[in-house]
Design a protein around this ligand. Sequence first.
Ligand code: PEP
Length: 254
Amino acid sequence: MAMSPLLIANWKMYKTVEESASFARLLGPRLEGWWKPQAVRLVIAPTSLALFAMARHLGDGPVALAAQNLELGREGAFTGALSGYLLHEAGARLVIIGHSERRRYFAETDGLVAEKVDAAWNAGLTPVVCVGETEAERDSGQTEAVLKRQLSAILTKPRDDDKPLVIAYEPVWAIGTGRVAKTEDVGQIAHTVRQWLSTSQGPKDVPLLYGGSVNPDNLGGFLRLPDVNGALVGGASLTLEGVVAMVRVAQEQI
Ligand code: PEP
């Protein structure tokens, strides 16, 4: 499905507010004159603390911001929680949901991920839902079953045009490890997920991203896969050089 490549930088718990703001300040000039934002979409997911400061620098420009998580509800007595509404007000337009680190360290279940997807839509945010198998699940041949389980809670929901969705396939064993999934394996899994999407309710133009040790050298191989529409990138997105190089690689693919 022809969709302009979408690159999402997941900064996790890295970079201070000042470092994030300075990145936002420096990014524009580095992309100016050659980046075609309608051809390659770029999203940065800093810590929630840095959203507001980055939004002030990025303004209404083409670089969008994402939150890395949200909590359910709008407001209330939930100490420490940040709702989608607050994140939207701070500048986020997308939100990563169900990242394997949240599933693992914060015990997020498929049911909670599905509730968070609804919360994102209610707040006007595009959910970027992460799915992926662990190494043990892969080795025991369960990859497809795991992905089906993780996605079914979301794909069975009624979804119309005002409920945009992004799916990121991120094999857990490839995240932050330098071990990249084989492009042919990703291509086959993406094809299967694309088939599930075609029979699900709602718009079919769901960008399907690959994530897991992506860098400027291997990105092109994933973007050339017919069912992959972009990448969710952690470590390699922490430097300005890394982001600029990946935008360049993505733009060269089209
Ligand atoms: C991620 O944070 O989702 C990720 C894929 O990280 P990395 O690119 O570092 O593997």
